[in-house]
Design a binder for this molecule. Structure first.
Ligand code: SF4
Ligand code: MG
Length: 336
């Protein structure tokens, strides 16, 4: 039997006035129920596009999707809009960075949580309302019975985020996609929301895809981590492996640009120089080569001519040998 969610050789491109943007270029991964996959990358790495495509939220007029997205064996790339509509909110739900993209200002919070429960579960208005109140309680809104009658603007930012999570989980989805859900929140509220997601996952057993640009945010949340760069996965492994012994020069850069919470010296941030390439005309060879300082270790011009791919048996898409990856990380990157 295949994985709960299986993405195979996914390619997503957009037609723009300037040409074709290859936003996702040959991506494969699996996700099992009850597991959390952290997808990490800068903006433009393809992480959000991947997830919008899973949800079928891309614009079919301008977008070409190739490859497979199988959810419990059901192919989503060719599914009808009506079928995707049924899946969204019922089996697959999404939470965003900005809760106001999901919450309407015109209806009470309770009504907005009750609505999908009526629609997908055929619940009566009364049942759905009490489910909404229950969900608000589960996500930690005090006095949920009263607060359900409030409008989103009467909630604080952190509470709106909780309300959106309640709305996403009201139908007990099997897959929850969280796209930078805590980026706009202060550190304390961010930690509370992450804890909440972990607890809810325990209770509901959902698979979670957690999208972030910040490795630190998902350090103790993800089971597995996939690092994306310029439309492809460049490193993948268990969270412990990727955080303790990352293998790809780009991941080293991400790690170095992360504030170390437990470090006694306030380690200076070292952002990766340069910026991600344009996906209108991606660089040849390794897409990271214009920013990589390790090309000479590979030798020749391989980095510029040959694109390293992430094979299932290989945790990182880089021409350095396994030995080099290990030694360089231990001797040159780690001891900061
Ligand atoms: Fe750097 Fe070459 Fe590895 Fe790409 S393949 S990350 S350019 S060393
Ligand atoms: Mg994004």
């Amino acid at each position: 039997a295949g994985a709960f969610l299986s993405v195979r050789d996914l390619h997503v491109s957009f037609r723009t006035e300037d040409g074709i943007v290859r936003a996702v270029d040959g991506l494969s991964f699996d996700l099992e129920r009850g597991r959390t996959l952290g997808i990490v990358g800068e903006s433009g790495s393809g992480k959000s596009v991947t997830n919008l495509t899973i949800l079928g939220l891309h614009n079919p007029m301008f977008t070409t999707v190739e490859g497979e997205i199988l959810l419990e064996g059901q192919e989503l790339t060719t599914a009808r809009e009506s079928e995707l509509e049924r899946l969204r909110g019922n089996k697959v739900a999404m939470i965003f960075q900005d809760p106001l993209t999901a919450l309407s200002p015109y209806y009470t919070v309770g009504r907005q949580i009750a609505e999908p429960y009526m629609k997908h579960r055929g619940a009566s208005k009364k049942e759905a309302w009490s489910r909404a109140v229950e969900m608000l309680g589960k996500v930690g809104i005090p006095n949920p019975k009263e607060r359900a009658k409030d409008y989103p603007h009467q909630f604080s930012g952190g509470m709106r985020q909780r309300a959106m999570i309640a709305m996403a989980l009201v139908c007990d989805p099997d897959l929850l996609i969280a796209d930078e859900p805590t980026t706009a929140l202060d550190v304390t509220v961010q930690a509370q929301i992450l804890d909440l997601l972990k607890d809810l996952q325990q209770e509901f057993g959902s698979a979670i895809i957690f999208i972030t640009h910040d490795l630190g945010v998902i350090a103790d949340m993800a089971d597995d981590i996939m690092v994306m760069y310029a439309g492809g996965a460049i490193e993948r492994g268990s969270a412990a492996e990727v955080l303790r012994a990352p293998q790809h020069p780009y991941t080293w850069g991400l790690l170095n640009s992360m504030p170390r919470i437990n470090s006694d010296v306030g380690a200076p941030l070292a952002p990766i120089p340069g910026s991600p390439p344009s996906l209108l005309k991606p660089p040849p060879g390794c897409r990271f080569h214009p920013r990589c300082t390790f090309q000479d270790r590979v030798g020749g011009s391989r980095c510029v001519t040959e694109r390293p791919l992430l094979a299932p048996d290989r945790a990182s898409a880089c021409h350095l040998t396994a030995d080099q990856k290990r030694t360089i990380f231990i001797e040159e990157i780690k001891p900061r």
